[in-house]
Design a protein around this ligand. Sequence first.
Ligand SMILES: C[S@@+](CC[C@H](N)C(=O)[O-])C[C@H]1O[C@@H](n2cnc3c(N)ncnc32)[C@H](O)[C@@H]1O
Length: 254
Amino acid sequence: MVKISKKNSGWWDDFFPAFRPFFGLISQKQTNAQVRYITNKLDLKPGRKFLDCPCGIGRISLPLAKMGIKVTGVDITQPYLDELSKKADRRSLKINVARADMRRINFDSEFDAGGNLGGSFGYFEKGSDNRLVLKKMYRALRPGGKFMIQVINRDWIMANYQPRDWQEIAGVKSMEERHFDYRTSINYGKWHFIKDGKEENFKLIVRIYSFHELIAMFKSVGFADIEGYGSTKEEPISRDKQMMYIIGTKPRRK
Ligand SMILES: C[S@@+](CC[C@H](N)C(=O)[O-])C[C@H]1O[C@@H](n2cnc3c(N)ncnc32)[C@H](O)[C@@H]1O
């Protein structure tokens, strides 16, 4: 795995360690429904190899490993990987864990399936860097392998845009101030985290994509049989659906 260099640093270095409590906003019920959908849609069975990139604290990696799937989890936030490894050890689960920038992974035709889940796409200001994330995932899959992205839907964002938002969990409050650049489709967020009366501020920069743009990007890196849904119940994508689930297949060699 590549070394983490300055080239791989960005807003995520400061943001994600502070963001940790906010994983608690995703309910176990939601995670269970996603895990069921992922296993079903990506044809995951015990013994199959799955690349979870980025894996975070193992929200998806851990339940998949428990089902006997051979999971590799890659993320850039070391404390998240430490937490994931500890939980895996405690539950006697084997998960390969690696620290890397998602643009720089170097797997080649090793995995039966892969996922970029939980709204982890669009983190780079340059569109070519976001495309590189898909390209590296495509390369990591064996021919016939399947990939799923679960990502925020630009059309929902446009219909529901709030310049400010509050959330609170486990004694940490957050306020996000947002600015949307229509020229680039990038959302520039400033998060204020407030804990024990102390405030810290972090930047969050996400390039937001619509379904049709992601179809084009999937195709441009080689994926075929592209499908997209607005929920794990396979409702159609529309401006009323906050998240999109898009699935593509790496074609088998002819
Ligand atoms: C919203 S979390 C989702 C994590 C996980 N997929 C899930 O569904 O719970 C996004 C993850 O992306 C990771 N991340 C951010 N920038 C990254 C980068 N450049 N390369 C690899 N991982 C990155 C963060 O550390 C964080 O764990």
